[in-house]
Structures are given as structure tokens and as C-alpha cells.
Design a protein around this ligand. Structure first.
Ligand code: SAH
Ligand code: SF4
Ligand code: F3S
Length: 471
């Protein structure tokens, strides 16, 4: 990888510039887990260049904003932040860099150039690996840099990474998305699907297991189409590696890695949830039985307009089949409320699916118009007050169901991966069940980062209270 070798040279150059001074960086991650994983890579590069991380932007010499543009409020966050940073820029001459999905949109770059011209560096999702080179130019040439590409970037291996956790790690298995759901900006800012070489993924996870990581989350916009573009000849094929040729076979192989105790993945697409994936989940004892299965809407009519390629009935049938095949399966989902043209009847269909499936968790979003997507051009946009009213009705139903599902835990024994002291009460410990519920309990420090058995004694909406079972 010549490109990465070159970036390593730039990392050394920047390190030289910073020699003898402790430079500090602050990084703000505004998006999804893929965005977080990118931030971990940016942090890795920064540390390699002699920067150390601070939690307060006031202390930083370099502020890095990793943006998201999935909904309008994600974008608002950036402009609020830039407003605040202007003073720090003029008073202390800090360096401000902005990367991520939002920077793949021309109208956003224009806006920043016009209204926030003090920003030093703008880079996109396809040029993340070139951050050392771009930063070097900013430091050395004292010029403003924009490094954004419209063509799909390669997947580069061998970049340094600084992970946020010592027991849980995210591993990106593919970039981009080919689905073009009509509300969604992701395919435009992340490009087409590119899978990572199975060999690189497996080596990364084996390495993580050796470092003591216990939980792995496989990441991609549509993980169950892993290696599909390569199979269909849209991308060059990889050399055969341990028989991995699909998402299901990847899951099975990751399940065999010694030291890894839990495997999660997000997000699969219901239309691609094939039987082999369902069986791999059933057979993989380390694969968590909480599956995120984005519904988006329960109305066949709206699903069609959303370009989701499944109907209400197909979704329900898939859930039934999954529940039949995988014992103890729980489900979480994403739902968009107020997509253009959504009638009261359509919304009732969404409530109906929620009632039937009984999700463990529902992530609810108000539909947000995204420039450049087909949804933005549709007539019958739903008025804000109707969106909010429906949102609140859905929320009420979800909360009722959550209470019910929480109650099922009381009296059961759960395996919990212990994260550390509870945030709200440092004398207690906090961890997660297989189904990702937070469990708070009393226990010795040596439980931290271990899997322990906990008897659940009560439920409290956002967490469960438990007692450690001595073995
Ligand atoms: N690839 C993932 C989703 C990534 S975006 C998947 O297909 O599940 C995460 C969630 O944001 C989506 O599932 C959707 O519910 C929501 N979302 C995406 N675009 C949106 C928009 N324009 N308005 C509101 N919510 C949106
Ligand atoms: Fe967006 Fe749909 Fe792709 Fe998910 S599958 S990233 S919702 S276009
Ligand atoms: Fe993620 Fe937001 Fe980009 S959700 S892929 S960071 S637009």
C-alpha cells in the first residue's frame, strides 16, 4: 500500500514539526458508529503525529469535527459548534479541521467557505486516510485545504487506530451503500458498496482478541450484502480466505476466533436477510441474539415510496421465520415518522407492526428532508405538527412495550459483560446483557471487563438492577 506508506511519511513530518511541544487535540464525533470508527482512525493518526487527546475543546491546539448529515439536526450541530469556535480561532490560533459525511455535499462546503472561512481543513469520507498529508500542508504551508473527492475511495489497510474502549471494538467490514432508500443521503456521501478483504477483517479481529477485546461489532450500511458487489463483478474479487464468501460465512468464521466472546453487527437490511444468515446467527454461540432489523415504516405503500424493497407482510414473515429459527431472539429497529405521503392509515400500519413484533428497542426519527434525495422532491410533505403528533403516539406505545419487555427480565439470570463503574453511582458496576440492556449491580472490581452471571431483581425503564451470582 504505497498510499499508506506515503501518509506514514507525512505523519513523521508532522511529528517533527511538533517536536518538543505537547500538542493537544479535541475530536467531536457527530454521527453513527461508522463515523465513530472513522474518528478512532483519525485519533490513531493524530497520536502518531505527536498529539494527545483532551476532553475539553478549550485546551486543544487542534479541533477536529467529524460530521454527519443524516438528518437536519445533525447539521445544525456543526454550525452551532463553528459559531462557538470562531473566538478560539481568533484568540488562540487553533487549527480547525472538519471531516465526515457532511463534507461530501457541495452546498455545505460553500456555506462553510462563505460564513466560516476561518476553517483550516475540510476533508471528506473518501480522503480520510490522507489526513496526515492535509494537516502537514496546513501546518507547513499555512494555507487552507479542501480535500474532498467525489469518486469512491479505496479501503486502506494499515492505518493506526486509537480505540475508545478496551473490551469492545467496532470493525468496519464494508463502506458505502447501493440501496438508495429515497429518504437517505448515505449513498451520496459514502459512495457505492466496497467490501473489505476477508483476510484483513479476520486478522484485525484476531489481533483484537489478542489485545483482550471481548466484544466485536461488525459495521456497514448494509452488512448482509457483504462481498456482494465483488461477487457480481462490480468490484475486483478477493483471493479466497478461509471459505469466506458472504456475510453468513464471515459470521461463522468470526464466531470461531478464540478470545472473542460476543459478536454484534449493524445494520442488516431486511431484503437481504437470507436463510444462511439466520442459520449462522442460530449456530454462532457468540453471536448476540439481539438483531437490529430496520423497519422504517410498517406501511407497504410507504415502504414502496421509500424504495425499501419489502412489504409489511414480508417484514412480518421474516420476523416470524427468524423467531422460529433463533431461540431467545430479540429485535430492535429504526422507524421514520412522517415520510412524504404518510397517511393516518399508513401510520397505523407502523403501529401495528410495532405491536406485533414487540421490539426490544425502537430508534424513532422524524423524517428530515435531505437535499439531493428523491424524498425531498416528493409532494405531500407532512406538516411538522402532524409528524410530532405521530412521533409522540409511537413513543408512547414503544415505552409501554419496553416496560413489558423489561419485566420479562426480572427473576432471570443474565450473562453480563461488565463495562466498569456505573456513571451515576461509582460504587456500583454497570454492564450489558446479550440483548444490550444496561444492568447495574454491586460487585468487586475484578469483575470489570469480565462476563459475569447476574440475577435480575428489578427493572427501571432504562436499566435493570441485578445481583451478582457467585460461581
Ligand atoms: N444503513 C442503515 C441506516 C443508516 S441511517 C440501515 O439501512 O438501516 C440510520 C437511520 O436513520 C435509518 O435507519 C433511518 O431510520 C434514519 N434516517 C435515514 N435518513 C433519514 C431521514 N432523511 N430522516 C429521518 N431519518 C432518517
Ligand atoms: Fe440509507 Fe437505505 Fe443505505 Fe441504509 S440501506 S444507508 S437507509 S440508503
Ligand atoms: Fe453515519 Fe451520518 Fe454518515 S449516520 S454514514 S455519519 S451521514
Amino acid at each position: 500500500m504505497q498510499e499508506i506508506e506515503e501518509q506514514k511519511r507525512y505523519m513523521k513530518e508532522v511529528k517533527k514539526i511538533n517536536e518538543g511541544i505537547t500538542k493537544k487535540y479535541y475530536i467531536l464525533t457527530m454521527g453513527c458508529q461508522l463515523n465513530e470508527n472513522d474518528s478512532e482512525k483519525l485519533s490513531g493518526m493524530l497520536e502518531e503525529m505527536g498529539y494527545s487527546k483532551v476532553e475539553e475543546e478549550k485546551e486543544a491546539d487542534l479541533v477536529l469535527l467529524n460530521t454527519c448529515c443524516i438528518r437536519e439536526n445533525a447539521e445544525d450541530k456543526l454550525f452551532g459548534k463553528l459559531g462557538e469556535l470562531k473566538r478560539a480561532k481568533t484568540e488562540n490560533g487553533i487549527i480547525i479541521a472538519i471531516g465526515g459525511c457532511m463534507m461530501q455535499q457541495d452546498h455545505m462546503i460553500e456555506k462553510i467557505k462563505k460564513s466560516y472561512s476561518f476553517v483550516d481543513l475540510i476533508f471528506g469520507t473518501h480522503t480520510l486516510h490522507k489526513f496526515p498529508e492535509d494537516l502537514y500542508q496546513v501546518l507547513n504551508e499555512k494555507e487552507k485545504i479542501k480535500d474532498v473527492l467525489d469518486i469512491d475511495g479505496e479501503i486502506y489497510e494499515g492505518l493506526p487506530i486509537k480505540r475508545d474502549s478496551k473490551i469492545k471494538a467496532s470493525v468496519t467490514i464494508m463502506n458505502g451503500c447501493n440501496n438508495f432508500c429515497s429518504y437517505c443521503i448515505v449513498p451520496y456521501v459514502r459512495g457505492r458498496e466496497r467490501s473489505r478483504n476477508p483476510k484483513d477483517i479476520m486478522e484485525e479481529i484476531v489481533g483484537l482478541a489478542k489485545e483482550g477485546y471481548k466484544e466485536i461489532t461488525l459495521l456497514g450500511q448494509n452488512v448482509n450484502s457483504y462481498l456482494r458487489s465483488e461477487k457480481e463483478g462490480l468490484r475486483p474479487k478477493f483471493e479466497e480466505y478461509e471459505g469466506i464468501h458472504s456475510f453468513a460465512t464471515l459470521l461463522r468464521k468470526v464466531n470461531e476466533i478464540k478470545g472473542i466472546e460476543r459478536i454484534r453487527f449493524i445494520s442488516p437490511h431486511p431484503k437481504d436477510f437470507t436463510q444462511d444468515v439466520i442459520e449462522a446467527i442460530r449456530d454462532g454461540e457468540k453471536i448476540c441474539k439481539l438483531i437490529h432489523l430496520p423497519l422504517q415504516s410498517g406501511s407497504t405503500n410507504i415502504l414502496k415510496k421509500m424504495n425499501r424493497k419489502y412489504s409489511k407482510e414480508q417484514y412480518l414473515k421474516l420476523v416470524e421465520n427468524m423467531k422460529k429459527t433463533i431461540p431467545n431472539l430479540t429485535l430492535s429497529t429504526d422507524i421514520i415518522v412522517g415520510f412524504p405521503g404518510e397517511t393516518e392509515e399508513d401510520f397505523e400500519d407502523t403501529l401495528d407492526v410495532v405491536r406485533k413484533v414487540k421490539f426490544e428497542q425502537v430508534y424513532m426519527f422524524l423524517y428530515s428532508r435531505r437535499v439531493g434525495t428523491p424524498g425531498d422532491k416528493m409532494e405531500d410533505q407532512i406538516p411538522e405538527e402532524i409528524k410530532h403528533e405521530r412521533f409522540n403516539r409511537l413513543k408512547k406505545l414503544v415505552e409501554e412495550q419496553m416496560k413489558e419487555s423489561n419485566q420479562k427480565y426480572v427473576g432471570t439470570i443474565q450473562t453480563v459483560l461488565v463495562d466498569g463503574p456505573s456513571k451515576n453511582n461509582k460504587t456500583l458496576l454497570s454492564g450489558r446483557t446479550d440483548s444490550n440492556k444496561v444492568v447495574i449491580f454491586e460487585g468487586p472490581q475484578n469483575c470489570i471487563h469480565q462476563l459475569v452471571k447476574i440475577k435480575i431483581i428489578s427493572e427501571h425503564m432504562w436499566y435493570l438492577r441485578g445481583e451478582l451470582i457467585e460461581e
